[in-house]
Design a protein around this ligand. Structure first.
Ligand SMILES: Nc1ncnc2c1ncn2[C@@H]1O[C@H](COP(=O)(O)OP(=O)(O)OP(=O)(O)O)[C@@H](O)[C@H]1O
Ligand code: SF4
Ligand SMILES: [Mg+2]
Length: 394
């Protein structure tokens, strides 16, 4: 990624109500036996208890390695997948509970841009039909005005409005992604899920498409869930970023905190691979933190902390107890027993008293677990002060 401008970055998350609130969202895909009696042998725990919110007109970045559940999260929000459990509140209504027919009006408001601009456009339809069909299906404009709106939309995304009768094969990858963006904008959505919208594009045009998305966001006030597999792409776009690992959010924070003071060992490793991030984020070191091995299978994830099989800091407690996603700053949550800036991770777990266990993760009969560890969406006015290990107030 080069030359992404900061001029149209999304507004900060502080001032508006959330357009989307996701709480404890789960998606398990059953693995069935072959034969007639298809029994469920196991479950792929693709998304396992994810919570976040997106303020109106703002943007949340969702990053993580391949297979960590980013696309599944996006597809749950657009209801291309049915959630196994959890809630997806869009403007105060729980979409997870709505029936197909009740969903139709909401579908207009939540649109998706897909990663692959080649397979996401029907090659047998003209650009005019691709962008115009949703306008007709949802009765957005009278039939005789559809072509006029298609031309306007092509212009908005920087394409020649007279090319409405051409086919996708007559366009380059970047131009096709612009067509995908025009299609998503046609219904004037309030939320756009952009699933790696530039990963399949040539590096030289990635920045142009990201800039277009930023301009569109600013002009139409659309909120974004911007999915990417590395932290470089979302940096300029998103005021808040969530890092996912094996179906769970492990760290979520405002941009400044996440890039300059990440506290989760996984975020620190991901950031060390981003060439142009301020070196403060990785303790002033230029060394890349190599992540050993592959992401484990989401069918049988590691006990306790799912990252422990690849974490150089892992201790006994990490295998026994799952770390809660704990708020440790005004807009900063982290799921680690030993959170800290690189090289400053605490010696003893910060979570043991809250969880009612000893330092090794064994139940502590004298301790009372904190009842207030619920991992809700958004941020509270109080959080755990890491230095004093007490509750701090905003
Ligand atoms: N329809 C499905 N049936 C069964 N398993 C699935 C299905 N869709 C996704 N998965 C599994 O769920 C896990 C999460 O997949 P997902 O596509 O959400 O990851 P991702 O973070 O988007 O990865 P990538 O960066 O490769 O796009 C993977 O292990 C994947 O194999
Ligand atoms: S909980 Fe333990 S294994 Fe997990 S990230 Fe923190 S130190 Fe590493
Ligand atoms: Mg994906």
């Amino acid at each position: 990624m080069t030359e992404v401008s900061d001029h149209a970055a999304a507004p900060g998350p502080d001032h508006t109500d959330p357009v989307l609130k996701v709480h404890n969202l789960r998606k398990y895909f059953p693995v069935k036996s072959s034969g007639l009696l298809q029994r469920t042998l196991a479950n792929v725990q693709a998304v396992d208890g994810v919570s976040f919110e997106i303020p109106q007109g703002s943007a949340l970045g969702l990053v993580g390695e391949s297979g960590c559940g980013k696309s599944t999260t996006g597809r749950l929000i657009t209801r291309l997948h049915e959630p196994t459990s959890g809630s997806i509140e869009f403007e105060g209504r729980d979409m997870a509970k709505l029936k197909r027919r009740e969903l139709l009006p909401l579908r207009r408001e939540v649109q998706m841009i897909f990663q692959d601009p080649y397979s996401s456009l029907n090659p047998r339809h003209t650009v005019g039909a691709i962008i115009g069909t949703p306008l007709e299906v949802h009765n957005v404009v009278p039939k005789k005005k559809v072509l006029e709106r298609v031309r306007e939309l092509l212009e908005v995304v920087g394409l020649n409005p007279e090319h409405y009768n051409r086919y996708p094969s007559e366009f380059s990858g970047g131009q096709r992604q612009r067509i995908g963006i025009a299609r998503a904008l046609a219904l004037q959505p309030k939320l756009l899920v952009a699933d790696e919208p530039v990963s399949a594009l040539d590096v030289s045009i990635q920045a142009q498409v990201v800039n277009l998305l930023q301009d569109v966001q600013k002009e139409f006030g659309i909120a974004f869930l911007f999915i990417a597999h590395d932290l470089a792409v979302v940096r300029h776009f998103c005021p808040e970023i969530a890092v996912m690992y094996l179906g769970k959010i492990v760290e979520i924070a405002d941009r400044e905190t996440l890039y300059n003071r990440p506290h989760h060992p996984y975020t620190q490793a991901l950031l060390s691979a981003v060439p142009d991030v301020k070196q403060a984020a990785v303790g002033g070191r230029r060394d890349r933190i190599m992540l050993e091995g592959d992401v484990p299978s989401p069918i049988n994830p590691p006990s306790g902390c799912r990252f422990r099989t690849r974490c150089s800091l892992a201790k006994e407690i990490c295998a026994k107890v799952e770390p809660p996603l704990l708020q440790i700053g005004k807009r900063h949550k982290v799921a680690c027993h030993f959170p800290g800036e690189l090289g400053k991770h605490p010696e003893t777990p910060i979570t043991s008293r809250l969880l009612g266990v000893d330092e090794s993760g064994n139940p502590d009969p004298g301790a009372t677990p904190s009842p207030d560890l619920s991992d809700g969406p958004g941020f509270a006015d109080t959080w755990v002060d890491l230095d004093r290990r007490t509750v701090a107030h905003g």
